[in-house]
Design a protein around this ligand. Structure first.
Ligand code: ZN
Length: 369
């Protein structure tokens, strides 16, 4: 399984040869492997002009003959010429696409690792709790925590109450609530220990709604800050169900995070300082090497021109390059070219799906000073 150390190693890798980066969604609940091979063929066709044919062939060979179609997503970085080949099958969904640059395209992988890398699901009830640690969609740790004492006061007794219940139901139910609170407090302490030991990036709470709310309030502040969502579940919820529900919550959290970045770009752009919106402004900023984070609508494509000497990108049909006097060549997708440029300069790329603010503009960026 890929970890932070491996990601850092990938960050340092670059080559004078083009590196082919492949993200392929292979979720078996959505399509068949034949259909995924077709979508692979489509995304490979899109990068045919820039990619080394040997790399394309190696990727095809891998999916046709080696891959066992387990998991939900596969990431490959290939550069046969530099003897570089990395495959990461993942148990989480990825968005399919191919990119060619002189560095591996790591932004989506880094985002996946931030979101799904290491998170805890706490399934809590009034009596006890189960802690689960998931790493990229795989269960790696599990712990059962029994609260020391919830005697079921009402169970097994006559409905009219007996000795010691002279005050009637209110007293016994109050006593039960006190014990539940004590239990939840113990569970919260244990959760803090679990968190110190395993260092999850996020936490998700599951259980009956009022219990979850009460438990959340009992968590230490530092832990409460890690909670990204909760869902209703009973103590018998299976692990695959917990995984599914938690993946949904993370996906929502990811969408929120991306929407916030888009918002930040538009705000910065409106102040005219550290942001740009639209292809022309983004291409100029890219040429100045000022892009910190590029945001791009997934379906956005735009033809353009590239200077064959200094790589300046523009949407305008100019005779000669204003920077170096070089000649322009027409390229089918200037947006993809700017993605490549930002990757090679070590910036971040956020591919955004169906954001109503970004969609009409297509592309934008947060800038360095
Ligand atoms: Zn030029």
């Amino acid at each position: 399984m890929i970890d932070e150390k491996e990601l850092r190693k990938l960050t340092r890798f670059q080559s004078d040869n083009p590196i082919l980066s492949i993200y392929l969604n292979v979720d078996p609940t959505e399509h068949t492997s034949e259909e995924y091979l077709l979508s692979l063929r489509r995304i490979l066709e899109e990068v045919e002009d820039e990619a080394n044919p040997e790399d394309i062939a190696a990727v095809r060979r891998y999916f046709e003959h080696e891959y066992d179609w387990s998991g939900r997503g596969v990431i490959i970085f290939a550069c046969v010429k530099a003897d570089f080949w990395r495959v990461y099958p993942l148990n989480i969904p990825v968005a399919s696409g191919a990119t060619v640059a002189r560095r591996p395209y790591l932004s989506p992988l880094a985002a996946l690792m931030n979101a799904y890398g290491r998170y805890a699901v706490i399934l809590v009830s009034r009596q006890d709790a189960q802690f689960f640690l998931f790493q990229l969609g795989e269960l790696v740790e599990q712990q059962v925590v029994a609260g020391s004492q919830v005697r079921k006061l009402k169970k097994g007794r006559g409905s009219s109450g007996g000795p010691g219940r002279r005050g009637g139901a209110p007293i016994s139910s109050r006593r039960e609530e006190e014990m539940v609170t004590r239990n939840l407090r113990e569970i919260a302490k244990e959760a803090a220990r679990f968190s110190r030991r395993h260092k999850p990036q996020h936490m998700i709470l599951a259980g009956a709604e009022p219990t979850v709310a009460q438990f959340r309030d009992l968590l230490p502040k530092s832990l409460r800050g890690k909670v990204i969502g909760s869902f209703g579940a009973d103590p018998g919820t299976t692990k695959p169900e917990l995984l599914e529900r938690s993946l949904q919550i993370i996906r929502q959290a990811e969408e929120t995070r991306k929407a916030e970045i888009v918002q930040a770009v538009f705000t910065a752009a409106s102040k005219g300082r550290e942001g740009v919106v639209g292809l022309d402004g983004t291409l100029s900023a890219a040429h100045e090497g000022r892009i910190r984070t590029l945001i791009i609508d997934r379906s956005y494509r735009a033809p353009g021109y590239r200077c064959d000497h200094c790589d300046y990108l523009t949407t305008q049909a100019l005779d000669t390059c204003p920077f170096c006097g070089g000649k322009f060549i027409e390229i089918p997708d200037a947006a993809e070219a700017v993605v490549t440029k930002v990757i090679e300069e070590g910036g971040n790329v956020e591919v955004v799906d169906q954001n109503p603010q970004l969609a009409p503009a297509g592309v934008g960026a947060l800038l360095r000073y």
